[in-house]
Design a protein around this ligand. Structure first.
Ligand code: ZN
Length: 237
């Protein structure tokens, strides 16, 4: 298999929440887009492994994915273990994505930032000829980090998802175990209306930064190299 774009995330629904609009936009543009969920989210308060698997398969159809799979690593237990990194690296060799999206490398939830860190190391390992892995060495051309879970961070760039916002919301709403009809007292599981408001205000926040209605933020480690400054993809000030 040869994917154009692969998003690696800790839990099913992380990709949908942080960069679902970008995923949908790239699939609509005709690219082969895939998702690799590292854990099944089985330690969450709501929803079993089976329920969450059904929900993520439904969301995959909404987003138009060419591929989605779950690596089955322990939820709330992602660590810097060599066997985990090799498992992810084996998938990178198999899926051969041109570009990889990882979760931003810092944050509140240890699974999220650990996924970003071990995902990066796995991309590196996949390219080592002598790594104990099957298949041909392969390293993605580019890694970008989805930073929506760290809204205080200034992104390197924003993707305009104004045209994909409703589809993104539809994909998130596939995870019916993670929200309630009327909301709850602790505000951990938002209601449907709440969810639209939360996803909408974050999208608006990043959209405003770039002069569009809804946007999704990304960070890159590398400085962008530009040949022709007249072709920079920016809105006028
Ligand atoms: Zn998560």
């Amino acid at each position: 298999m040869q994917l154009d774009l692969l998003s690696i995330a800790a839990h099913p629904d992380d990709t949908e929440l942080t960069c679902g609009g970008t995923i949908i936009k790239m699939a609509q543009a005709g690219y082969r887009v895939g998702l690799l969920d590292l854990t099944a989210g089985e330690s969450g308060t709501r929803g079993s492994r089976e329920i969450r698997a059904r929900e993520s398969a439904r969301a995959a159809r909404v987003m138009g994915l060419a591929h989605r799979e779950n690596l089955g690593l322990p939820d709330a237990g992602l660590e810097h273990r060599r066997d985990y990194k090799l498992k992810i690296a084996a998938k990178i060799r198999e899926l051969r994505p041109h570009t990889v999206i990882l979760p931003y490398w810092e944050g509140r939830h240890p699974d999220h930032y650990t996924a970003g860190q071990i995902g990066y190391e796995a991309c590196f390992l996949a390219g080592l000829a002598k790594a104990p892995l099957k298949g041909k060495p392969f390293r993605p051309h580019k890694i970008i980090y989805a930073s929506m879970y760290v809204p205080s961070l200034r992104p390197t760039f924003v993707v305009d998802i104004t045209g994909q916002f409703e589809e993104k919301l539809k994909a998130i709403l596939c995870y019916t175990s993670q929200f309630t009809v009327n909301g709850d007292t602790q505000n951990l599981f938002p209601s449907r209306a709440d969810l639209r408001e939360r996803v909408g205000s974050l999208g608006r926040h990043f959209g405003l930064m770039a002069g569009v209605r809804h946007g999704e933020p990304f960070v890159t480690r590398e400085v962008a190299l530009v040949e022709d400054v007249l072709t920079l993809p920016v809105k006028s000030i």
